[in-house]
Design a protein around this ligand. Structure first.
Ligand code: SF4
Length: 459
């Protein structure tokens, strides 16, 4: 996959922009949003929609800090802290379990972090017993997935979660180059990763995803090619190859990565070309926003069927489910509302243990927000937008509603990023690299956003 970008285009489009795991993006949400408003959204969705549920659990603990980390983590080796945390999760599960009828089947469970694999097998058993008490999880057909850190995933741990019903594993790798690993404080040899990978396969998990990152300090095209070769040899079902977001103004520990050690935009672009070329050659299909999957994978099939969706965990095939976030900082997307839990662990614990829903901020979408969200979602998931039908559910007409945006898109078409067809707007291979820039045209809040580096760069 070659993209044919000039240096001029790279300079023009490499600017700060959201990743659109939600629209409106988190900076737009309101801190005055109350637990009662979230409760009302739950009631509305119970009454009107009766959709299935997707539950996300945030396990924030990590033993060591990776300097590139953009997640919400608590660095600790104290297993007692995790045990206390599971008790609080149990209390929050009960709070929510009382609010959602059991008839709303859970079709997706996802454990993210932090490092979910830092929980002991016994702690996992307790957590699953809380979930099974309050929710009806479809272990047969559902997606039950855990993010693991191969440095902290014993055979005993993997056997336990498999037995509890987990059927998908996502493994953090990032880069095998020892120089890069040292610079980001994450030493994880190929041999160790492969040993865990083999064990996961042996236990019969249905699908394995591997996370890599490009744009890390000291990364070179040659070095990253070696990492890709090792990964292709292992043959995971999916790959998420993220663009490192250097945002030390948001994540203070990122100052431990020197800006001068980061690859220049031209090198990052070469890395992107390399990733596209190698993975396509190895038989993977490009899904969008740094994601690849095998042709027979559900993500690939969902993209072909136009049923792919995007949420806080990235791409998902469970578009129809309401997402319920459980745990510190977790985000829910229920009906027309986003609600985020308290970000600070003591505040989160106090609220839950005194019987309160721990919502700290959130947002209720207007009709215009929902229209724009649907267009941005189609850009990110389908790599095209159907001008004739995309706004049918809202009773609006695309070309009329988005007349100014269509004018702006002409410039993107002239630069070769998209094709303006009569019935569709289609991203070209070059446009896929800059899909965030294209989505930004439809983001009304960027026009009024305070000037400042709120987002990472698009390249
Ligand atoms: S293990 Fe994952 S969540 Fe924890 S610090 Fe490293 S990147 Fe962040």
């Amino acid at each position: 996959m070659t993209y044919g970008a000039t240096q001029e285009l790279l300079r023009k489009y490499d600017r700060p922009g959201p990743r659109y795991t939600s629209y409106p993006t988190a900076p737009v949400w309101k801190s005055g949003f109350t637990p009662e408003e979230y409760q009302q959204a739950i009631d509305r969705s119970n009454r009107v929609l009766a959709k299935p549920l997707s539950l996300y659990f945030h396990i924030p603990f990590c033993e060591m800090l990776c300097y590139f980390c953009g997640c919400s983590t608590i660095i600790s080796r104290d297993k007692g802290k995790a045990a206390d945390y599971i008790d609080v999760l149990g209390a929050e599960i009960a709070l929510l379990g009382k609010r959602f009828p059991k008839s709303r089947k859970v079709v997706q469970l996802h454990f993210g972090g932090g490092t979910p694999s830092s929980l002991t097998p016994a702690q996992n058993r307790v957590l699953f017993s809380h979930i099974n008490r309050w929710f009806d999880v479809d272990y047969q057909e559902g997606e039950i997935s855990i993010e693991i850190d191969p440095r902290h995933a014993s055979d005993d741990y993997l056997e336990t979660v498999r037995e509890l019903g987990v059927n998908r594993i996502s493994m953090g790798v990032q880069d095998f180059d020892p120089v890069v690993q040292k610079a980001v404080n994450r030493i994880q040899p190929v041999e160790l990763t492969e040993k865990v990978y083999r064990k996961v396969r042996e236990l019969g998990f249905h699908s394995i995803n591997i996370d890599l990152i490009y744009g890390l300090p000291f990364q070179t095209v040659k070095g990253f090619e070696k990492t890709l070769d090792e990964i292709i040899r292992m043959s995971p079902d999916r790959l998420a190859i993220f663009n490192y977001a250097h945002v030390p103004w948001l994540k203070k520990h990122m100052v431990l990565i020197r800006e001068t050690d980061l690859p220049r935009p031209e090198v990052k672009f070469e890395l992107m070309e390399l990733i596209g070329e190698k993975l396509t050659k190895a038989g993977y299909v490009y899904i969008g926003m740094d994601h690849f999957a095998k042709p027979e994978d559900e993500l690939t099939r969902a993209q072909a069927n136009r049923t792919l969706y995007r949420n806080f965990q990235g791409y998902t095939t469970k578009a129809q489910a309401d997402l319920v976030g459980i745990g510190v900082t977790s985000i829910s997307m229920v009906g027309d509302v986003y609600a985020q839990n308290e970000k600070n662990l003591p505040d989160y614990q106090t609220k839950v243990l005194t019987g309160q829903i721990p919502t700290h901020r959130g947002y209720r979408l207007s009709k215009d927000d929902q229209i724009r969200r649907s267009v941005i979602t189609r850009i990110m998931c389908d790599l095209e937008v159907n001008r004739v039908h995309v706004l049918d559910p809202f009773g609006e007409e695309f070309d009329h509603y988005f007349a100014p945006e269509l004018q702006e898109l002409e410039g993107f078409a002239q630069d070769g990023l998209l094709e303006m067809k009569k019935d569709r707007i289609v991203l070209t291979p070059l446009g896929r690299i800059f899909m965030r820039n294209i989505a930004m045209v439809f983001d009304v809040y960027l026009r009024t956003a305070p000037k400042g580096p709120l987002f990472s760069r698009t390249l």
